[in-house]
Each structure stands twice: as C-alpha cells, then as structure tokens.
Design a protein around this ligand. Structure first.
Ligand code: NAP
Ligand code: FE
Length: 377
C-alpha cells in the first residue's frame, strides 16, 4: 500500500482558542488582511476576537469584508490588490467556506501578478501565510489545499462556472476551531454545511485516491456527523441557539476532519454535479451535493456488484445504517428536491464532470444523465 500524506495545518480547538493560543498567530507576520463576508464574521463574534487577539499580539490589520457566497475571481483580485497596497504579510480568513477560499487566493495574489488561467492552473510558487477561523461547519476549507472560486466568464462558453485552485501552498498554517462562532447558524446553513462535510467524507471513501489514512479519517468524520443526525432532524428553527452546543462542536471538528480527507483524496462526481444547481439556481453548496447522493450511491452499489473494488459495505458500516435508512434520513433533511427542466437536464448531462475520473467506478455520460434525472427530474 502506497501512502503520501501531507497535512501541514496546525488545528487548535476549544472555546476562546484564538485568544488563548494567540502566540501561534504572532509567528505569521506583522500585518494581517482579515478576509470576511459581509456579516457573519461580525455577528458571530469571530471578527471582534480576531481584532482583540491581533492587538494583544501587537499585530496590525486591515479588513476586506466584501466576500460573497461562491466568491468570484474579481473579488479575490480586488482583495489581493488591497493586501499588496496595505503591505500585509499574512492573511486571516474568517467566515464560511466562501471567505476562507477567497483568503487562499488572496494569499497568492497579494504576492504575484497572475492571469486568471495562471491562478487556476496554480502557476505560482509562493503565498502569504494563512490562518483560518471557520464560522460554518461544512467545507473544511481550513484543512484543505483548495480554493473554489466562481470564474465569472467560465473557460469554455463564457458562462460562470465553479473552478478550483489546488496547491499545497494553500494549506492554511493555522485553523482555530471555536464552535461558539457557529451557534447562530440557522437551520438551512447548519444542515447544508453538515451535508457538505458528510459528502466530503463519503465521497472521500469513494475516490480513486482513497487510502488507509484517508479512510480512517473519513470513517471518524462520518460517525461524528451521523451522531448529530437526530439533533439535525429536530433542529429548533425558531431558536438556532437551542441546538446542542456539544453537537455544534462535533460538527465543526468533523468538518475539519472531512477536509483532511478530501485534502488527500479530492472529491467524487457529486461535487462536480452539485456545482450546476449552485451556479444556475443559487442552491447552497452542501445541499447541491446532497441532492445527488441517493441516486449516486444506489448507482455505485449496483455497479460494484460486477467489480472487485467493493466500497459500499465499508461505507455502510461507517454510516451505521443500510443505504435505504441513510437515504430516508438524507431525504428528510433535504425535503423536496428542486426540479430541473428537460433542457437543463439534457445540457447538464453533456457537460464534462471533472471529478468523474476520480470516482472509484468512473461514471459514463449515460450514468451522469441517469443521476441528474433521478435527482432533479
Ligand atoms: P458560505 O458561502 O461561506 O456562507 C453561507 C452563508 O452563511 C453566508 O450568508 C454567510 O454570511 C453565512 N454565515 C457564515 N457563518 C455564519 C455564522 N456563524 N452565523 C450566521 N451566518 C453565517 O457557505 P459555506 O457552505 O461555508 O461555504 C461554501 C463555499 O465553500 C462554496 O463556494 C464551496 O464551493 C466552497 N467549498 C470549499 C471547499 C474547500 O476545500 N476549499 C470544500 C467545500 C466547499 P456572510 O456572507 O456574511 O459571510
Ligand atoms: Fe464541498
């Protein structure tokens, strides 16, 4: 068995860990660009804690708070220029996956002039040091070497598309996991980000590059997330703060662990398929992946009957259920699926799915069409 494992991020967890362990941040530089979205870093308290911590360390900072969901190339170029103009020597990403992913691209663009294609092909050799404070518990961006951006003009037919920048230089140096920042996450964001984390762990087990270490991490992340399912199903929609804090903590750590999985394995075909509802309809990223799971996993189970590579039994053992029970839980979480038009189904089924080749049984175009139709038809 061959393993080549890299995970250079120091993960620090616990209430008030940013301030308590601020000496780790002090090693990153003299002036930070804090990269956030419009509101979440402020309403979650993460921004105030970051400022307090940087000040206690004698580090200066400036704020870029214009990151939108599914951040665009234009947004990261703007923030990169700001970091350069302000002489920032490290980047602090604070928020959900969108601000954290933006922060990673900014860490590169602050140092180097790059065309968009150079950025997406990772034609760079340095990046500013990065620290992350996640305020959602799903993407695991704090432990991955990926920055997922919306290329506003696309690469083929000028329509926007989600593309990834992948480089070991994008691994954050530090990830501070403090679940207190997630207590106000509403039902939809809590559930959709939990589904994203679950999809990373599940897809990680079904990727060609899965290995013993990534499977160990994936199984643990799946167990942790499945242990939160009852509470997710009974989410107190009128009062998100009543969701059990120990489950918030579990979901946050599980999402970082699931990030460590995809950092090794990449993702499988549902992630590529999920980008289409997100780009075209604005569907949340985690939900978009979840919509395909029932059909995708049923297809995998069917196909692997004729294959020596059987992975569904190990997955079911991690899930602690048979597939049908898991599908029931997932569908309860998701509610009714969005419906695609016949034109969308036909067009989307013909698009190349980048992660198909990384799936342990490679779906052909007809299989992808089947999964689109069963999930959104
Ligand atoms: P997000 O787009 O970062 O945030 C979704 C919404 O939640 C935003 O409105 C945000 O507000 C709000 N929010 C964030 N934290 C909050 C808090 N603590 N309390 C209340 N509201 C809060 O969503 P996400 O699901 O975390 O990230 C999705 C992005 O990550 C996608 O672009 C996806 O492609 C990417 N992704 C990356 C990786 C990776 O490995 N890098 C993996 C999976 C997904 P604000 O707008 O104010 O911030
Ligand atoms: Fe994801």
């Amino acid at each position: 068995m061959k393993i080549n494992y890299l995970m250079p991020t120091r993960i620090i967890t616990g209430e008030n860990c940013l301030y308590a362990e601020r000496q780790f941040l002090s090693g990153l530089g003299k002036k930070a660009l804090i990269v956030t979205g419009n509101n979440s870093a402020k309403i979650s308290g993460a921004y105030d804690d970051a400022v307090k911590t940087l000040e206690a360390n004698g580090q200066r900072h400036v704020l870029f708070d214009k990151v939108m969901a599914n951040p665009t190339d234009a947004c990261v170029y703007e923030a990169g220029l700001m970091a350069r103009r302000e002489g920032c020597d490290f980047i602090l990403g604070c928020g959900g996956g969108s601000p954290m992913d933006a922060a990673k691209a900014v860490a590169v663009l602050a140092l180097i002039d790059l065309s968009k294609e150079e950025l997406f092909s990772a034609a760079f050799d340095r990046a500013l040091p990065l620290a992350m404070i996640p305020t959602t518990s799903g993407t695991g961006s704090e432990t991955t070497p990926y920055s997922i951006l919306t290329d506003s003009t696309g690469s083929v037919d000028k329509t926007p598309m989600k593309r990834s920048v992948s480089s070991p230089l994008l691994f954050p140096r530090l990830a501070f996991l403090d679940a207190k920042y997630t207590i106000r996450l509403n039902r939809n964001t809590t559930i959709n980000t939990a589904i994203d984390a679950l999809s990373h762990a599940v897809e990680g087990m079904l990727c060609l590059r899965a290995n013993h270490l990534s499977n160990m991490l994936a199984k643990e992340a799946i167990t942790m997330i499945m242990d939160c399912m009852k509470d997710l199903l009974a989410f107190p929609a009128e009062n998100p703060a009543a969701f059990p804090p120990e489950k918030r903590e579990k979901l946050l750590l599980a999402s970082s662990i699931a990030g460590m999985v995809i950092a090794q394995t990449g993702t499988a075909v549902p992630h590529s398929m999920g980008y289409l509802p997100t780009i075209n309809w604005g569907t949340d990223h985690g939900r978009a992946n979840g919509l395909f799971f029932k059909s995708f996993l049923s297809w995998c189970r069917e196909k692997e009957q004729d294959s020596a590579d059987k992975r569904i039994p190990a997955l079911c053992s991690a899930l602690g259920t048979e597939p049908e029970q898991f599908f029931d839980i997932l569908e309860l979480l998701l509610g009714p699926h969005e419906k695609a038009t016949e034109t969308e189904l036909q067009a989307w089924s013909k698009l190349p799915m980048k992660n198909a080749a990384n799936t342990y049984i490679k779906p052909e175009q007809k299989d992808i069409e089947r999964i689109f139709r069963e999930s959104l038809g």
